[in-house]
Design a protein around this ligand. Structure first.
Ligand code: ZN
Length: 407
């Protein structure tokens, strides 16, 4: 894939495009157009997502207003209560949250929420951003359906600088007001197929949505462009295996696009022998990795293969927090490729994920490598990866998908 085309797509799409938004839909249509220009017929597959319009969100600590954003889909109402900063989830700490508004480190995760509910917390405050950055951005968070399970308490998100101030000044009383309309909307996957000689199918995935503050160039229009590069090759060179390309929507909202794809195509998944996922490639800094949610043999294969073609890689067997996971959970072996930059050189999910962290030559190199790997798999007599999820990966999937709680 040539550098000009790579950089043009990255430039054209560099804007916030959260799952279910108009901007996400426009990006889906843009990718559809890119496919059309390659002679590939792509269609959009809609799936339902929770949406919200925020009318009011406020936080007061001891009567003083703190800038905040309300969590989407956490309900509406008003709570005033003593503040509690929860630094860990041991039994003693959790015994302190009853009847309080709880400040937590980081964003609201599944088990933290269950702990707060169980121990009688009334509402919560989470924070992100970086105290040393010049901005005071506040991320738009949401209470995911799989986290609240119908039991909602109010939540707001604040910037790390304000969280520090609250704790430094020993904030005592907190008041949260949230008023929002919650409704159902649509997010979309962009799907294209290249028919092979056999029905056995390899699915390529990459998410094209972003988080609320991010232009999502590195995370993950980079991987989406990678899929374009791979599709471009196979559109001209018919593969032995059938190939599906899925540009996933709403990955940042909990892998919603790939989950929806797996649910909508459950019957066809029987023919899917491998999922190849790209999430964050082509950055200036960072190391190239392959994460295999599969039998361990694929780790060794990809290590050998990288040596054969000349590419530095670190490969391991694990679950990757991306669109490969819903496929793996359905028993489809999956491999995710990424060039992972240290957070201080290419931070993601904030305003710093822009074209400036990318290097066209690295994009080309990464796409070229994944394409070579894809050619081997796509043109194999039979896909060499066992169509079976080993027990250690099933355990990791249970943990990642919060069906089981880790220690
Ligand atoms: Zn991503």
């Amino acid at each position: 894939m040539n550098k000009e085309k790579i950089m043009k797509i990255l430039r054209d799409t560099a804007r916030v495009r959260t799952g279910g938004s108009q901007q996400e839909l426009e990006t889906a249509q843009y990718l559809q157009g890119v496919c059309k220009n390659m002679g590939l017929d792509a269609h959009l597959e809609a799936f339902e997502v929770d949406m919200a319009t925020m009318h009011t969100a406020s936080l007061h600590i001891d009567g003083k207003e703190v800038p905040c954003k309300g969590y989407f889909n956490c309900g509406s109402g008003e709570v005033e209560a003593p503040l509690c900063y929860l630094t860990s989830t041991d039994a003693y700490s959790l015994s302190q949250v009853k009847g309080k508004i709880v400040l937590i480190d980081g964003y609201m995760r599944h088990w933290m929420y269950q702990d707060l509910l169980e121990h009688g917390a009334l509402a919560f405050i989470s924070y992100d951003g970086n105290a040393n950055f010049v901005d005071s951005d506040i991320d738009q968070r949401e209470l995911r359906a799989q986290v609240h399970n119908g039991k909602k308490i109010l939540g707001v998100s604040i910037n790390a600088k304000d969280a520090i101030k609250i704790v430094k000044n020993d904030g005592q009383m907190a008041k949260i007001v949230v008023k929002q309309d919650e409704y159902k909307g649509n997010s979309h996957n962009v799907v294209a197929e290249i028919k092979g000689e056999i029905p056995q199918t390899i699915v390529f995935t990459a998410h094209y949505d972003s988080t609320s503050l991010s232009q999502g160039v590195y995370d993950n229009m980079s991987g989406s462009v990678g899929l374009v590069g791979i599709a471009e090759y196979f559109a001209k060179h018919q593969p032995r295996h059938t190939l599906k390309f899925v540009w996933c929507g709403s990955e940042e909202r909990g892998l919603l696009g790939s989950k929806a794809y797996c649910a909508m195509h459950e019957e066809q998944l029987k023919d899917v022998v491998l999922c190849i996922n790209l999430d964050m490639i082509g950055s200036i800094m960072g190391r190239f990795i392959a994460c295999c949610t599969s039998e361990e043999a694929l780790v060794h294969y990809v290590q050998y293969f990288a040596k054969e073609v000349g590419k530095g890689i670190s490969a391991n067997q694990d679950v990757y927090s991306s669109d490969s996971t819903p496929f793996a959970d359905k028993g489809v072996p999956a491999i995710s490729f990424a060039r992972l930059a240290p957070g201080n050189t290419a931070p993601i999910h904030n305003r710093y994920d822009t074209l400036s962290v990318m290097k066209a030559e690295h994009m080309q190199e990464d796409i070229e490598f994944v394409l070579e790997f894809a050619k081997r798999m796509a043109n194999s007599a039979c896909c060499p990866v066992a169509r079976k999820m080993p027990d250690n990966m099933k355990d990791k999937l249970d943990l990642y998908l919060c069906r089981k709680r880790g220690k």
